[in-house]
Design a binder for this molecule. Structure first.
Ligand code: TMP
Length: 394
């Protein structure tokens, strides 16, 4: 495939093998038709961009069955309320606000009293319907030039565009930035948060890589990409969400740049996050991590211990398929999402059970797939006396 920004071929440096859709939880009857793609990653040194070589079409992932709801985590609800407070400084009286990938409206809900001119774009119908039920104006569509053009009074008139964990899902970054350019006022602000390349490398949390995450960004890549469109990265603030994310603040180039930007860019240069070299080191660490987790699970099984998984996260699909861990190793995965319960995990077909099943069928060990929600989960499950483990340090 070609990099959408530079039009140069992506030269993959690592192959994770055949991968199913990360959120493609399925019924037994659909096992034989399951979709797989070859998951390879490459790095474009010109713009320091870590990206999937090939990826399924977004319509395959974000449809009427998308099983992710922002409001399903108390921690994330708090995070979005804090995030909303942070961005208020970019608003004037009666500013227009857009959220890209507005999910169930958890974030936009914070602005309902501030302005009557807000709108979210959400392609997955089942989550968009929840937002609409709560009176959050939502367009059930992908965010692109065509859908944005329909919002005539937002064109060149929008003070704030926000997004969370969604820009890395959008294949055509050129069109995305051109659409943002079309909508923002001359001193408008685009704020977005994404899983951070630096955290992924440090924790060897390669489970951040899956079909939906076409890009894993860093400040270096964001700064270089937006400069091409006369935008500037004016501030950057690390976040602890999703196991280490970054909040990027983008304005048109005439704006002042915070000292944070230079600090992070210097850090990234020191860690060689802008060079292929750091990727090759990451690849080696992923291979070691795979060997370690497979060995750990084999040892548990040799000792006769039963294992279950906690939280059927999208991330777990990468781990289970890359490490070839199936229901001979993990009896079941428990989860709170009703759309996943009763189904089977993508690729490895481990049964997904509800939380009461977990409490009634406790295993000796629990693989914590939602390691990024560790505090919330370990606090909820403090009566469980067995062993928690994961491929990242808990
Ligand atoms: P994600 O990592 O793909 O966003 O998915 C998070 C999954 O974790 C989602 O299916 C809900 C599940 N979950 C639980 O089952 N219990 C919990 O306490 C939390 C925080 C998440």
């Amino acid at each position: 495939m070609k990099c959408k920004i530079t039009n140069k071929s992506i030269d993959p440096f690592m192959n994770f093998g055949e991968m199913p859709i990360a959120n493609g939880f399925l019924d037994k009857k659909d096992f034989s038709n399951e979709f797989f793609f070859k998951m390879e990653v490459g790095f474009n040194e010109d713009i320091s961009l870590f990206q999937l070589n090939d990826h399924p079409k977004p319509e395959k992932m974000f449809n009427e069955n998308y099983p992710f709801f922002t409001g399903s985590s108390e921690y994330m609800k708090n995070h979005f309320s804090e995030y909303a407070k942070f961005v208020k400084k970019y608003l004037k009286s009666n500013s227009k606000i857009i959220e890209i990938g507005s999910n169930d409206g958890t974030f936009l809900k914070n602005f309902i009293k501030e302005t009557d001119k807000l709108v979210g774009f959400e392609p997955s119908k089942n989550v968009a319907d929840i937002a609409l039920k709560h009176d959050i104006p939502t367009i059930n569509s992908f965010f692109n030039k065509e859908s944005a053009k329909k919002l005539k009074d937002f064109a060149g008139n929008t003070d704030l565009i926000c997004a969370s964990n969604v820009i890395c899902h959008i294949p055509d970054l050129n069109e995305l930035i051109e659409t943002i350019d079309m909508l923002l006022t001359s001193d408008g602000t685009f704020v977005f948060e994404e899983p951070y390349l630096g955290s992924m490398f440090e924790k060897v949390s390669y489970d951040q890589i899956y079909d939906e995450h076409i890009y894993i960004f860093s400040a270096s890549s964001i700064s270089k990409i937006f400069k091409k469109f006369n935008f500037e990265l004016v501030d950057v603030i690390p976040q602890i969400t999703h196991g280490g994310s970054m909040r990027y603040i983008i304005k048109r180039s005439k704006n002042e740049i915070s000292k944070n930007v230079k600090k992070i860019l210097d850090y990234e240069a020191e860690k060689k996050l802008d060079k292929l070299e750091s990727c090759l080191n990451f690849k080696m660490n992923c291979e070691k991590s795979k060997d370690n987790i497979v060995e750990k699970i084999n040892l548990f099984k040799k000792e006769g211990k039963a294992i279950c998984g906690y939280a059927a996260t999208s991330k777990s699909t990468t781990i289970l398929n890359y490490c070839n861990i199936d229901s001979n190793k993990i009896d079941y995965i428990c989860d709170t999402t009703k759309e996943k319960i009763g189904k089977f995990s993508p690729g490895m077909h481990i049964p997904i059970k509800d939380m009461s099943y977990f409490h009634n069928n406790l295993t000796d060990c629990v693989y914590l797939f939602a390691w990024n929600h560790k505090n919330e989960i370990l606090d909820k499950e403090k009566n469980y006396k067995g062993e928690w483990f994961s491929h990242v340090e808990l």
